[in-house]
Design a binder for this molecule. Structure first.
Ligand SMILES: [Zn+2]
Length: 486
């Protein structure tokens, strides 16, 4: 109970300040009952919130550690050396071997790696909006695997085992081409950059410096950073890490790669996010292959299309139940599950098994997943060593809980609603991308900055290569109205 009492005063630093101020007033002017009532109410609320939000962590963390030590670690250690298949990229039904060209790719080698040994038509179409198509196809033709080449036994086996585009949807239809043309007109004719603007880079660098200072005071045990750190880290997550993962911060690949790491320590690790968000969620939004539908199975985040459809009716209730653990799940459960490849005892599935080239991505990028994981664990370790085990854990849990609320409200709200659960009656992939997302505060610069452009999900899901924030209806000096889709 003592811990919960501390929780109340630490979670609401303003209430704590009010407490001391109030005591002085009471000493001088006798009892002011209404102040006592407000104070008691604030403390009760703080206790309730902290108990509600932190309870899942105190339950989930020991279970996670036990599961990791008893199941995941032995599986990881016993894993035999994997023989990865030959390298084939499938785009619009044609097979290419782009491995020798990956290092020359203007968007960087990671973006090419994401499409190795899978049907990457969706990725290809999402990120090649501004380049001339003929030039692109000419370049691709040089790496096409012709029929003669498939005579090799190994390559034949690989091609046969690769799935085709599982969206079953068409790309480059009238709507899709119209959206792309609209953007080309807007950005290329006006010679505007679709990457992050200079003033945004300065602003987010300042926020980053502020975050470092906040982290310092967080470790030192101050109360205010418990609230401020998740907020600052969120601004960097949605404005820098998210756009970095979509290769939209800069035309320099290494800048995007560094930007992608800005979501730590409170939100998500860099490479797991690429697999989850860029490769699966963005191509198969609210479809069976969207891994976001499986994070909390069989509890929540499902669609009417799955066998867990009954749960859909309880989405909002269940979301609030598991919500506080969301970032803990992304930061620790996902990387551990990906590294070990363990089959979940409840659902009988492996983490992100919907991803066609998961084995490739994990095996080839193990070192990055481990680095991300160790960075996040070291943040916890530093806090424990300064504040002691119980207080240190409590402080980290509070920041994770707040971060989880922010993350889920901004990211999942746009896809969880009934009207976002569309079927495949229209074969257009681009239309489906727009329809499986909802916008909010579309003309508000405030929401644009606070959500990192996620308030305009429908256009972001069709063309994620464009930096999600600030270009929309806000280009200084622009005479031309910005394009939009509804
Ligand atoms: Zn995105």
């Amino acid at each position: 109970m003592e811990l919960i009492n501390d929780t109340g005063s630490l979670l609401l630093p303003f209430a704590s300040n009010f407490n001391s101020t109030c005591s002085d007033v009471l000493t001088e002017h006798d009892a002011l009952t209404w102040q006592l009532v407000i104070q008691a109410a604030a403390m009760t609320l703080a206790r309730f919130i902290s108990t509600f939000a932190l309870a899942p962590y105190y339950v989930a963390a020991p279970i996670l550690i036990f599961t990791w030590l008893s199941r995941s670690l032995p599986t990881y250690l016993a894993k035999r050396e994997k023989r990865l298949p030959a390298s084939i990229w499938t785009i619009h039904g044609k097979k290419y071997d782009l491995s020798s060209w990956a290092k020359y790719h203007p968007g960087g080698s990671l973006s090419i790696e994401l499409g190795r040994n899978r049907d990457c038509t969706g990725l290809f179409e999402s990120y090649h909006v501004f380049i001339e198509r003929n030039k692109l196809y000419k370049m691709l033709a040089r790496y096409e695997i012709k029929d003669e080449a498939t005579s090799k036994e190994e390559q034949q086996t690989t091609i046969a085992s690769l799935k085709t585009n599982s969206t079953g949807l068409t790309f480059g239809d009238g709507f899709h081409e119209d959206v792309k043309q609209m953007l080309r007109d807007y950005f290329m004719d006006g010679a505007k950059s679709h990457y992050m603007k200079g003033w945004c880079k300065c602003l987010w660098f300042l926020v980053f410096c502020l975050e470092i200072v906040t982290m310092f005071y967080f470790v030192k045990g101050y109360s205010l950073p418990l609230v401020v750190l998740p907020c600052l880290n969120w601004l960097l997550t949605c404005n820098v890490a998210h756009d970095g993962s979509h290769f939209a911060v800069s035309k320099k690949p290494w800048v995007n790669r560094i930007a992608q790491c800005a979501a730590m320590p409170c939100f998500f690790p860099s490479l797991c996010w690429s697999i989850q968000h860029v490769v699966q969620h963005h191509v198969y939004t609210n479809d069976e292959d969207d891994v976001d539908l499986y994070h909390f199975l069989p509890v929540c985040r499902v669609t009417r299309l799955t066998k867990f459809a009954k749960v859909f009716k309880l989405q909002w209730v269940l979301v609030f139940w598991v919500l506080p653990t969301s970032v803990g799940h992304l930061l620790f459960v996902v990387p551990m599950d990906l590294l070990s490849g363990c089959v979940d005892a409840v659902t009988g599935t492996r983490r992100y098994q919907q991803c066609e080239n998961l084995e490739d991505l994990v095996e080839r990028n193990q070192h990055v997943i481990w680095t991300d994981l160790l960075l996040c664990l070291s943040w916890i370790a530093v806090n424990l060593s300064y504040s002691g085990v119980m207080t240190g854990l409590w402080r980290v849990y509070v920041s994770y809980s707040l971060a989880s609320y922010i993350f889920v409200i901004f990211t999942q709200g746009a896809h969880l609603q009934e009207k976002c659960m569309v079927g495949k009656d229209d074969p257009s992939w681009a239309k489906r991308q727009a329809r499986t997302s909802v916008n909010f505060g579309a003309k508000s610069q405030f929401w644009n900055l606070c959500s990192g452009g996620l308030n305009l999900q429908s256009i972001h899901h069709v063309v994620p290569i464009i930096v999600a924030v600030t270009w929309w209806n806000s280009t200084p000096g622009s005479k031309k109205s910005a394009p939009s889709i509804t």
